[in-house]
Design a protein around this ligand. Structure first.
Ligand SMILES: Nc1nc2c(ncn2[C@@H]2O[C@H](COP(=O)(O)OP(=O)(O)OP(=O)(O)O)[C@@H](O)[C@H]2O)c(=O)[nH]1
Ligand SMILES: [Mg+2]
Length: 318
């Protein structure tokens, strides 16, 4: 699914981050542990440059533990790039982030360390801020775009945090990343189609966790096609519309909501291998797209020149 959700407030948030970054010592980039690749904002990487970055895989209670460990290992790659997994079910792991970040900038010892907490919408940035501060200071909520502006939060021990609004980037080129971001709740409802995401979720569950799907919706068999899976879920949950046909939107909402909340068990949608494969494919697709655009442009210019030549000749004949 091609995602294009980059409203004005995100554009503004991006500019504000750019303006604040020179005063920041460490960036904590919060990722969703279920999609560490798709929730990594390439725009943020560009803005950050080579500033030290601590990647935090949040909501790890909802992710597959083995895959989370694999991702932390993969991302934690030196003094200026650390990685940790956290969950609100284990508050000490969140509190320790402060020390991990401070150790990344030893030259700041004895002075205040300013940490920007950034990432895509709804990954748990403000929740982490509240646990680090030890009080509810930032607004949180289970929809994207809860935080609307930057907020400075001094938390003692010479550390100041900066909460930031969730930002995506103007064009999510990888189609699968678009689906995953929408499935996990980082895209505003109005910018996505539930039935579309429901089909994606059905395909994923049928391939990876058929037994969970059967058990949750009391299905004897899992139908072949995604449409039939959603219809079967809809029938079991009474999502019927006109002429007894299944309301696909309602049935999809049920599947998506139950998956998102962890009601159907822990899962992770990506591995570092998936990332390498999809990145390579997306690069090829983008190069092909650029080539098609160049060809189209050359043809348009040629048509224009031909037209000009024809009218010049016509004028000469007159
Ligand atoms: N299961 C689970 N849920 C979490 C965890 N951390 C945060 N959440 C939930 O995720 C939702 C989003 O949390 P926020 O802290 O508001 O997310 P945010 O990144 O600040 O979101 P924006 O400000 O909209 O960009 C809330 O409903 C939190 O309760 C976690 O570790 N586990
Ligand atoms: Mg927030």
């Amino acid at each position: 699914m091609a995602i294009q959700w980059f409203p004005g407030h995100m554009h503004k948030a991006r500019l504000e981050m750019q303006a604040t970054l020179p005063k920041i010592d460490v960036v904590i980039e919060v990722l969703d542990a279920r999609i560490p690749y798709s929730s990594e904002n390439p725009m943020l990487e560009q803005l950050r440059g080579n500033k030290p970055c601590l990647k935090v895989l949040a909501k790890s209670d909802l992710a597959d533990d083995t895959r989370t460990a694999e991702w932390v290992d993969f991302l934690d790659s030196g003094q200026s790039m650390r990685a940790r997994a956290v969950t609100t079910e284990d508050v000490p792991t969140i509190r320790r982030l402060k020390n991990v970040a401070a150790r990344m900038v030893p030259h700041r010892e004895g002075r205040t360390v300013t940490i920007m907490v950034a990432g895509i919408p709804n990954v748990g940035k403000s929740t982490i801020i509240n646990y680090l501060a030890g009080r509810k200071i930032a607004k949180t909520g289970n929809t994207p775009a809860v935080t609307k502006q930057q907020q400075r939060v001094p938390i003692g021990d010479s550390v100041t945090l900066l909460d930031t609004p969730g930002v995506l980037w103007p064009n999510v080129e990888n189609v699968n990343s678009g689906y995953r971001l929408a499935l996990l709740g980082s895209i505003k409802e109005t910018a996505m189609d539930y039935a579309d995401i429901g089909f994606f979720a059905a395909r994923f569950m049928a391939a990876e966790f058929p037994d969970r799907l059967k058990e949750r919706y009391n299905l004897d068999e899992i139908p072949e096609a995604e449409l039939q899976i959603i219809e079967a879920i809809g029938r079991k949950r009474g999502c019927l519309g006109k002429n007894n046909s299944v309301d696909l939107d309602r049935a999809s909402r049920i599947l998506v909501t139950e998956l998102r909340s962890g009601g159907m068990g822990k899962f992770t949608l990506e591995t570092p291998e998936t990332m390498k494969r999809e990145k390579a494919r997306t690069e090829i697709e983008m190069a092909e797209k650029a080539e098609r655009a160049t060809e189209k442009d050359a043809k348009r210019k040629k048509r224009f020149r031909d037209k000009q030549r024809a009218s010049r000749k016509a004028r000469e004949r007159e």
